[in-house]
Design a protein around this ligand. Sequence first.
Ligand SMILES: *Cc1c(COP(=O)(O)O)cnc(C)c1O
Length: 231
Amino acid sequence: MTQITDQIADIEERIDRTLARSGRTGETVTVVAVSKRQPASAVVAAEAAGLTHFGENYLQEALEKISTVANSSLEWHFIGQIQSNKTRSIAESFSWVETVDRTRIADRLNDQRPEKLEPLNVLIQLNLDREPQKGGITADELLPLAEHISKLPKLRLRGVMGIPPADLSPTENRASFSAIATEAERLKTHSFAIDTVSMGMSSDFETAIECGSNCVRLGTALFGPRSTVSD
Ligand SMILES: *Cc1c(COP(=O)(O)O)cnc(C)c1O
């Protein structure tokens, strides 16, 4: 077995155990393989080992990789901050955007999504702790943005995404994940037909699943260390 095959097997086992102890046996968790600063060959190997969802933060790097890999059965997730002059390429090349946090970006993605493609799956990025260096919105902005996105025909609102602040205690980290999950539940209460709570990365995905995540974004846990090109 290749190394990535071993890593995937280990992660799936950890996910299954976490679901079982959370009383969620039978549910599934989507693994988004975060391939930023990994070569296209790593994506090909992960695909051969069974993964279909891949996440990228940096648009130029992503576009090159998507065209090198050239596999139309993969679902690419854009997980980086979105500049409004980059929305066209995102709308044309990705299946999911996890970092939508304002109406202007949503409108542009909707206008620029090619007619021949399925609607773009969208997650609203939350930033409940108002961290200035991160994108995302606060709880009071969630319903208005969700309502806006729901009216756009080429976007499909699927849920929320969030990243707890770095260096929280384990207890605070758990509380942060739970707060994100609570916002997803609130959307459901308001009749939004969402199905995705994207939270949890390599170091904390089991905690995130315990708190309600069903989509984890894993880079180093799958691929090992990234090359250290500056952001
Ligand atoms: C880099 C990144 C990840 C993956 O991080 P790891 O710690 O390597 O798993 C997940 N989500 C986002 C938004 C990222 O930028």
